[in-house]
Design a protein around this ligand. Structure first.
Ligand code: GDP
Ligand code: ZN
Length: 316
């Protein structure tokens, strides 16, 4: 038996980097659960595990134990209804990469990403890549978006693979940490990762290759070690983030500035819609809480409500 870390998960096989430095394909033995939640993948990249090595023609192993996780990030499974997908575990920070242009900013994705991370008290960083494409007239808009997030305590970084602006800062925040990296396709995530893990050579795509949809690349998370210390976990192929494993109050409690302000709402289960004396709505009117965040909050809340409505109907 030897301990190691899961560095790749491909569905039925897991690659474990054992503490003696080997990378061993492993299967799982036994059933692993995540409380009441049904998970598509019981073992996540980042998991510390114990492995039984079987030496045959090729070396393979069996994961017999998952050590307790310090944290983990889950998302609604994109394929299996009512299942969640374990994205990664034992991480120090999470980064979302976005762009203002090419592709144009999806601020909803930032808020979904932050909502996914917030329950686990993991620091999150927002990286605006492709700053070389910014036009002078973008500055005001960019500044207003950046202040929404810095005002509520998130770190924001600007990078460009073209000019290499900000790449050193990006490298610096990764040093000696285990970092989960997400981003919708086209934002330059692979290019950024290649520039900090040069021997890697992840496949990148020319913009012209994007039809937006129907692109089949690998969708398996993978952990890479950085030369100067630290690891990153790349999560390819995330198109959107859904929350059917959330209750409505989970949404309200994990928009962090709403949660802080909600202590002054009249009702302690206030959802900040049309309830009287809602401190969150007052803060929006006063410009203390961003209207854009509120719009995204309502959109996610409605998704979750619709979901629960159909669940209840089915039970009757
Ligand atoms: P991914 O889907 O997020 O992994 O994106 P890729 O790394 O494949 O990049 C998508 C496209 O954006 C490619 O054509 C890259 O050359 C281009 N790209 C990546 N980073 C930058 C950047 O900082 N500036 C500009 N102008 N283009 C970039
Ligand atoms: Zn309220």
């Amino acid at each position: 038996m030897i301990d190691g870390t899961v560095i790749k998960s491909t569905g039925s096989w897991y690659i474990v980097k054992t503490n003696d430095g080997n990378e061993v394909p492993c299967r799982i033995k036994g059933k692993f659960r995540l409380g009441k939640l049904k998970v598509t993948n019981p073992v996540a990249v980042g998991d510390k595990v114990a492995v039984n090595i079987e030496k045959d023609e090729i070396t393979v192993g069996t994961i017999t134990k998952i050590y307790p996780r310090t944290n983990y990030v889950i998302r609604q499974s994109p394929r299996k209804k009512h299942f969640v997908h374990l994205l990664a575990s034992n991480i120090d920070q999470a980064i979302v990469i976005v762009t203002l242009r090419e592709p144009s900013l999806k601020i909803g994705f930032i808020d979904r990403f932050l909502l996914m991370i917030e329950p686990y008290s993991i620091p999150a960083v927002i990286v605006f890549n492709k700053t070389d494409l910014h036009k002078p007239e973008d500055q005001e808009y960019l500044f207003s978006i950046i202040s929404i997030y810095t005002n509520i305590g998130y770190k924001v970084l600007l990078t460009s693979n073209e000019t290499e602006d900000g790449i050193e800062n990006f490298r610096a925040i990764l040093k000696d940490k285990i970092t989960l990296i997400c981003g919708q396709s086209g934002v330059g995530k692979s290019t950024l990762i290649n520039s900090i893990v040069p021997q890697l050579d992840l496949r990148t795509f020319e913009i012209s290759e994007y039809s937006g949809k129907g692109q089949h690349t690998t969708t398996f998370a993978e952990m890479y070690s950085l030369e100067n210390g630290g690891q990153i976990i790349d999560t390819p192929g995330i198109k959107t983030l859904g929350f059917n494993h959330f209750e409505e109050l989970d949404v309200a409690h994990n928009f962090r500035e709403f949660f802080i302000t909600s202590k002054n709402c009249k009702y302690n289960n206030c959802m900040h819609r049309n309830e009287p004396n809602c401190a969150v709505k007052t803060a929006i009117e006063n410009g203390e809480i961003s209207e854009l965040r509120y719009e995204n909050y309502i959109a996610i809340l409605e998704e979750v409500e619709d979901q629960n409505y159909w669940e209840i109907k089915k039970d009757i």
